[in-house]
Write a protein that binds this ligand. Structure first.
Ligand code: UN1
Length: 491
């Protein structure tokens, strides 16, 4: 067992006020990695206070200087990439190559948002009176609260904290209770990069700490990624206090495969999107909507590939699928597989947990799934793929759009007309052509429609919208009182 993982508040590593601890566990072998402080409302309050104290000077630091600190963050992450990736694999189970990809997203985001230090673009527009000037500026908001999940323990926090920081906000971060050690290691990066104390504060813990952050009146923005169930509760509580809220929640993403698709390409992409990260991505593919003519060849190829997937500890070379994050996640998958069987879906492969220590479940494929079945509508967050047969593109698109979620969708076809119709008609926040549903890049908006979100987007330029307020400025340099002449237009 290693050292106690603590909170980072006002530039110091500190214990929780209550002294209560919990444990972080490796899901591949159920071994305890480290004890962790469990924060309560008073710890969150201390973190918010520290962020409040740090805000006035951080907001006044010229944005290009803040951007330079972000570049330094990028360089430190690069230097620590392997160590961060290994710790991530140990703590939440995804295979090492994917953990490296997760860390890489933070490097990309740090360079991208570092560049915003010299942009943070506002605009000017003509104004009605002579000798008068108008402009709109992005301003910081103050203290922002971030609540992040375990499945992308570095990438997703980076999508939130880097735009928040470059825009001049100070941060209180409550990561998932499944990934405290890698979260603390990520905070170390910011310390090493020279971020002033109090600008980024970390509180470890579970629901109680999250709730204290959401309900703290000094926190003006809440950015949340996690389940739709929790996200909507966060939304209601934060809305009652008039906060701006950015939500990124569940998914039930589909790949559509038309008869003319490249079978080999589709097989690889579906396998990776459905079983990569053990299906625990919000962008994972959990539905395959396939046209009748190619269906049996595609299912055969997928079953063949699923059989050969190496399931095991993600630190071991050659392992392709790691464990689920904990026993509860494993039980949820078991329950959904039972539901699928009861609903009359046909189990083609998998359907059982692996008989060994760790939370392993065999990659699973159901065929003969009907769009109204629960396994075709509800987020399972595990390695379970449901195949739905259709006759046409139109039917496929309608089924894609019929679920409660709207994050990512994809179509495999060699027909440019079909591809463009799909782009037009798929109602998800992200659409892929001839590519799986995962692998979003940080320079484009990330988020979804319906129960996936609340209209906000992460990453890209849109990331700044969550963490800035607009300030419209009018400058009259005429030296006299000017009043609008036309129709008393001055309001
Ligand atoms: C998530 O699952 O919460 O597009 C984020 C992807 C990754 C990010 C996923 N770049 O799959």
């Amino acid at each position: 067992m290693t050292e106690l993982v603590r909170n980072y508040i006002g530039g110091r590593w500190v214990d929780s006020r209550s002294g209560t601890v919990f444990e972080t566990v490796n899901p591949a072998n159920e071994q305890v990695i480290a004890p962790v402080v469990l924060s309560a409302a008073e710890d969150v309050e201390a973190a918010v206070e520290a962020a409040k104290v740090a805000y006035p000077s951080w907001r006044l630091m010229p944005a290009p200087r803040r951007g330079e600190i972000l570049y330094q963050v990028a360089r430190v992450i690069e230097a620590r990439k392997e160590a961060l990736a290994r710790l991530m694999t140990q703590e939440m189970g995804k295979v090492l190559s994917e953990a490296r990809g997760d860390v890489q997203e933070a490097i990309d985001m740090a360079y991208y948002m570092g560049g915003e230090g010299r942009r943070l673009l506002g605009y000017t527009a003509p104004v009605e009176m002579p000798d008068k000037f108008g402009m709109a500026l992005r301003d910081s908001v103050g203290v922002v609260g971030l609540i992040t999940p375990w499945n992308f323990p570095i990438a997703v926090p980076s999508w939130k904290m880097l735009p928040a920081l470059v825009a001049g906000n100070t941060v209180v971060w409550k990561p998932s209770e499944f990934t405290p050690a890698v979260s603390a290691a990520f905070v170390e990066v910011f310390i090493e990069a020279g971020l002033p104390e109090g600008v980024l504060n970390l509180v470890q813990g579970a629901g109680a700490a999250g709730e204290a952050l959401v309900t703290n009146p000094a926190v003006r923005v809440i950015s949340f990624t996690g389940s739709t169930e929790t996200g909507l509760k966060v939304y209601v509580k934060a809305a009652a206090l008039g906060k701006k809220v950015s939500l990124e929640m569940g998914g039930k993403n589909a790949i559509i495969v038309l008869d003319d698709a490249n079978l080999e390409l589709a097989t690889k992409a579906i396998t990776w999107s459905a079983y990569g990260t053990t299906g625990q991505r919000c962008t994972a593919t959990s539905r395959l909507i396939v046209q009748r003519g190619i269906k049996s060849a595609l299912i055969d190829a997928l079953v063949e590939r699923a059989k050969s997937l190496q399931v095991g500890d993600g630190l071991i070379d050659g392992v392709e699928v790691g464990p689920l994050v904990d026993a509860k996640a494993l039980e949820k998958v078991e329950q959904y597989v039972a539901v699928g069987r009861d609903e009359g879906a046909r189990l083609m492969i998998g359907g059982e947990r692996l008989d060994r220590a760790g939370y392993f479940y065999a990659p699973t494929l159901f065929s003969d799934v009907k769009p109204e079945m629960r396994i075709a509508r509800e987020e399972i967050f595990g390695p379970v793929l449901s195949v739905i047969e259709v006759d046409s593109l139109e039917e496929a698109v309608a089924i894609n759009n019929s679920v409660p979620y709207g994050l990512s969708s994809s179509i495999f076809t060699e027909n440019v007309n079909a591809a463009f119709r799909a782009i037009r008609d798929l109602t998800t926040g992200i659409v892929y052509i001839n590519h799986g549903t995962t692998g979003a890049e940080i320079q484009f908006p990330f988020g979804g429609t319906r129960a996936t979100g609340n209209g906000m987007r992460e990453a890209g330029q849109t990331a700044l919208d969550s963490f800035t307020e607009w300030k419209s400025v009018y400058i009259d340099y005429s030296g006299r009182l000017q009043r609008a002449q036309i129709d008393n237009r001055e309001g």
